[in-house]
Design a protein around this ligand. Structure first.
Ligand code: C5P
Length: 333
């Protein structure tokens, strides 16, 4: 059973204060794009994972692999699978790893859909999304696809009213970023900004504010972060289907943190803007940068310009919204 699953970008990522469980409440607008991984599952005596393609060596194999975890979670959640639960999982990767494109979550979503079909488990889409949420915050969206608002830690979804097709250029960076590290950097930057704000109202200097920032830690990050809020302006622009209206409204609260960990991203973002992108953002926790273009021709030109500017490892041109995880082939045994 073979399933194709898309990468995502976040058109808005509004991050709230850290929660007690290690996650952050957020409001995000997910948008699936036409960069796909393919996952094939076959009955086997024991579960195993084989990865080929983009960044294959950096995908964890074995039990830690998100697709393998998803298959086990589905086996545990399913009562109608007829006793079969081991699968050989083959992942053909085109979505880079640790790139802010939810590639690992995509593979987990694909494994859920594939195993649900292979085992005849009969879980409904909402049931699959619930199992997916136990594997990772972005898994439910990889199942749903399209454009959708995510709340909670990203797993609570509402389909968004969005018109038209959007043309993107994704600029891949060399190396990846760890999502937990980017969220932690976001908390630190917010704590520091809050402490500096307090110190400047007292007239104190930078050293005092830095000390305050490091001692205040996560508690002051919580105080400094606003509750996340959906951009009604962005939603209106998406309903209009006009990329020129959407571009300037793209926002990502994790961008300053990603750029602080990877200052070279600033060059890529600037190059995209200089070469006519309507919007330029870090995708999710990065380091991939996503550039919105007016149409397919301008996206192609932008891709060429970014390549010759030498500001990234590789570029791909994609379209959104793309469909969520779906079966593309089923072999008879
Ligand atoms: O859910 P997932 O395993 O994909 O999340 C990876 C990490 O990203 C979490 O362990 C957490 O550090 C961070 N995260 C967060 N808030 C979210 C989603 C993810 O802090 N809403």
């Amino acid at each position: 059973m073979t399933v194709r699953v898309p990468a995502k970008v976040n058109l808005q990522l509004s991050v709230g204060p850290p929660r007690g469980d290690g996650y952050h409440d957020l409001v995000t607008v997910f948008h699936a794009v036409s960069l796909f991984d393919e996952v094939t599952v076959r009955p086997a005596d024991r579960t195993s994972v084989v990865v080929t393609g983009e960044d294959a060596a950096s995908v964890p194999a074995g039990r830690a692999n998100l697709a393998a975890r998803a298959a086990r979670a589905l086996a545990a959640a399913s009562t109608r699978r007829g006793g079969r639960s081991a699968v050989r999982i083959e992942i053909r990767k085109r979505i880079p790893v640790s790139a802010g494109l939810a590639g690992g979550s995509a593979d987990a979503a694909a494994a859920l859909v594939a195993c649900n079909e292979l085992w005849g488990a009969g879980l409904t889409p909402p049931e699959l999304r619930e199992v997916g949420a136990s594997v990772g915050s972005d898994v439910p969206f990889a199942l749903l696809g399209g454009t959708a608002i995510g709340q909670g830690r990203g797993e609570q979804l509402t389909a968004a009213l969005a018109a038209g097709t959007y043309h993107w250029v994704l600029a891949f960076a060399t190396g990846g970023l760890s999502t937990p590290e980017v969220y932690a950097a976001c908390d630190r930057l917010r704590a520091r900004a809050a402490a500096q704000g307090r110190a400047s109202t007292r007239g104190a200097g930078g050293a005092a504010s830095d000390r305050a920032a490091s001692s205040a830690g996560v508690a002051s990050a919580a105080a400094a972060a606003q509750q996340p809020r959906l951009s009604t302006e962005l939603m209106a622009a998406l309903r209009s289907g006009d990329p020129a209206a959407v571009g300037p409204l793209l926002t990502n609260d994790l961008q300053p943190a990603a750029v602080s960990l990877r200052p070279d991203l600033r060059r890529a973002l600037n190059a995209g803007r200089e070469h006519g992108a309507l919007g330029a953002i870090v995708s999710g926790s990065g380091p991939t940068c996503a550039f919105l273009a007016a149409d397919a021709r301008r996206a192609r030109e932008l891709a060429v310009s970014l390549t010759s500017a030498g500001v990234c490892r590789a570029v791909v041109q994609v379209k959104g919204p793309a469909a969520g995880a779906a079966v593309v082939a089923a072999e008879r045994r």
